[in-house]
Ligand binder design. Structure first.
Ligand SMILES: Cc1cc2nc3c(=O)[nH]c(=O)nc-3n(C[C@H](O)[C@H](O)[C@H](O)COP(=O)(O)O)c2cc1C
Length: 199
């Protein structure tokens, strides 16, 4: 099936089949795809935490508001984190990026101050969410992006010192009873002509 058809088919899963599993091979593929995500100046200010351990998954589910059941019934929870401290970020790019990229950061991003730097870093992580959701669509893996999580509590549980949690994605196998499937709940989008413009 082509990509457009897969994008029509994909949707945000609201109910998973607790018996459903994702193969280790698929997980490895998703890890490689996330690793290849693009970012401004190749900044890569992220960590992707794959949570499969049931105890940790349960703890995170408890601090995920209305997303609790989805997390418990899904196969994996992937937590997307951003580097916390701009100084650590600068150290990372100094060690890994060519001078031109570092200069771009120093000239165009850094002078805007901490709030803007942090916002710019977060934008990069959100890009990787798009990459993951598209990959899941192509691979016919069911998924749910989730901002509805208690970020601070995620950070306490995961204890990944230099990174903080932004959002999470569950992946698994949808329940046949999931009312949010496009066959029951057709996709809603703004009219194409209102958002895709031509000049
Ligand atoms: C960044 C982001 C955060 C989201 N957070 C949640 C969430 O916490 N729980 C949930 O059930 N859906 C969440 N969604 C799903 C959106 O509501 C959904 O993508 C949108 O309504 C379009 O529907 P579709 O994905 O089924 O096409 C989120 C989506 C995105 C992109």
């Amino acid at each position: 099936m082509n990509f457009l058809e897969q994008m029509k088919k994909r949707y945000t899963v609201k109910k998973y089949d607790p018996q459903g599993t994702i193969s280790e091979e698929q997980i490895q593929t998703l890890k490689e795809i996330l690793h290849l995500s693009p970012s401004s100046i190749n900044s890569q200010p992220w960590n992707f935490v794959f949570v499969n351990n049931s105890e940790t998954k349960e703890k995170l589910a408890e601090v995920s508001y209305f997303n609790k059941e989805k997390i418990l019934d899904s196969s994996y929870l992937i937590v997307f984190q951003v580097i916390k401290n701009p100084e650590d970020f600068e150290k990372q790019i100094k060690e890994n990026l060519p001078e031109g990229s570092i200069n771009y950061y120093k000239t165009f991003v850094k002078p805007k101050g901490e709030v803007e730097i942090k916002s710019w870093l977060k934008h990069q992580v959100y890009l990787s969410l798009g990459v993951l959701l598209s990959a899941c669509a192509m691979m016919e893996i069911d998924s749910t992006p989730m901002e509805g999580i208690e970020n601070d509590k995620y950070d306490t549980i995961l204890n990944n010192k230099k990174y903080e949690s932004l959002f999470a994605v569950t992946i698994g196998v949808k329940s046949e009873n999931d009312k949010n499937q496009p066959i029951h709940t057709p996709k809603k989008r703004l009219e194409s002509k209102k958002i895709i413009l031509e000049f």
